[in-house]
Ligand binder design. Structure first.
Ligand SMILES: NC(=O)CC[C@H](N)C(=O)O
Length: 368
């Protein structure tokens, strides 16, 4: 069935609909990964966005049981050049088309994704709509221009109540701003005793769980919309070791007096080179963000830049100069993408251990 993709700047593409045939509006972004469409679609950070996949053939290895990053996908649509009709892979259970139908997400294929990506790169991310041919383009464009970007995406995707993911190791309170399963997977692999808590948890509630460490997850939207979390971070940092990823990184920066800004078209892909300023080593990283920490705003804070993006020099990692706390803008849990940065979870574990040892020493000294 023919369907259309309309952008707020007036560009109209026609293509073939697949997945659900609902009409949806969203911020149109692009991801350059050659694989990983299942993880990308189910990453809650894409809440209310329509994702263009620049790799020309999508869906060829189907959808499997294991690679989801959330149970309920929050993405508003998928734009591809070609959607494979007959997936082939030993893990595949259903096709991309069937999955999108089940989850009520519209897809559109036959789109010149190279042209579309060039438009986004030139003008920046644009609002767009995947809709039926019956809609009048002029009306849709009008509607897109009048649509305000939502501010409650984190609330939509975060857990409503706290829940445990038990282990016998360090107690980690994982604040869910739209957490990818990959983060939970990495902490589980390290035997952590995890408590996942909602985005609007208070510092007192976090501390009452006697955590050894606090993990701030990724999540959708503008970090400045999550005011509760900024306050919470101010109340817990310095008391417990802290590690933040993506939205967690941005919130940590805001809590420490730095500023964030929207990027023109963001970083979304599986091969973004990042430099560790201490070791000089380069890691290939998985990324998905449209906001960034403003470098200049860090001047009068207690934060130092630990990592930068090699493509555009933007901030990719921060550490507190006094507290045991560090954050990265990219995804050490990959899902999808390279695992170069996976060691950061080990560093978090080492930080927890070091702080615990220090605490024991202080207790012993106090007894003497
Ligand atoms: N993956 C993320 O956590 C994204 C963070 C934030 N929503 C951004 O787009 O910059």
């Amino acid at each position: 069935m023919k369907r259309q993709l309309i952008l707020e700047d007036g560009t109209i593409f026609t293509g073939e609909g697949f997945g659900s045939n609902v009409d949806k509006v969203g911020e149109v972004v692009f991801n350059t990964g050659m694989t990983g469409y299942q993880e990308i679609m189910s990453d809650p950070s894409y809440c209310a966005q329509i994702v263009t996949l620049t790799y020309p053939l999508i869906g060829n290895y189907g959808i499997n049981r294991d690679d989801f990053e959330s149970i309920i996908p929050a993405v508003h649509g998928l734009i591809v050049k070609e959607a494979a009709e007959y997936p082939s892979n030993w893990r595949s259970q259903i096709s991309l088309d069937e999955y999108l139908k089940q989850k009520n997400i519209p897809g559109i294929s036959g789109i010149d994704t190279r042209k579309l990506t060039r438009i986004i790169r030139k003008y920046g991310t644009l609002k767009g709509s995947i809709c039926s041919m019956e809609n009048s383009a002029a009306e849709v464009i009008q509607q897109l221009k009048a649509t305000v970007t939502p501010t409650d995406q984190v609330k939509r995707v975060s857990t409503k109540t706290a829940y445990p993911s038990p282990g016998r190791g360090s107690r980690v309170v994982l604040v869910d701003f739209g957490m990818k399963h990959g983060i939970l997977r990495e902490l589980n692999n390290r035997n952590c005793d995890i408590v996942v808590v909602p985005y609007n948890v208070t510092a007192e509630e976090v501390l009452s769980l006697s955590p050894d460490g606090i993990m701030l997850s990724n999540g959708p939207g503008d970090p400045k919309d999550v005011k509760e979390a900024i306050e919470m971070i101010k109340g817990v940092q310095g008391k417990v070791p802290l590690f933040g990823i993506c939205l967690g990184h941005q919130l940590f920066a805001l809590a420490n007096g730095a500023d964030t800004e929207k990027m023109k078209f963001g970083h979304r892909g599986s091969n973004h080179p990042v430099k560790d300023l201490e070791t000089g080593k380069i890691a290939l990283t998985s990324q998905n963000h449209g906001y960034t920490v403003q470098t200049d705003s860090l001047k009068h804070t207690n934060l130092k830049v630990t990592h930068i993006a090699l493509n555009d020099g933007t901030v990719e990692g921060l550490a507190h100069t006094e507290y045991p706390a560090f954050t990265v803008q990219y995804h050490p849990e990959s899902s999808p993408g390279p695992e170069d940065a996976n060691y950061l979870f080990d560093e978090f574990m080492n930080m927890i251990e070091a702080v615990n040892k220090e605490g024991e020493k202080l207790c012993l000294n106090a007894q003497i």
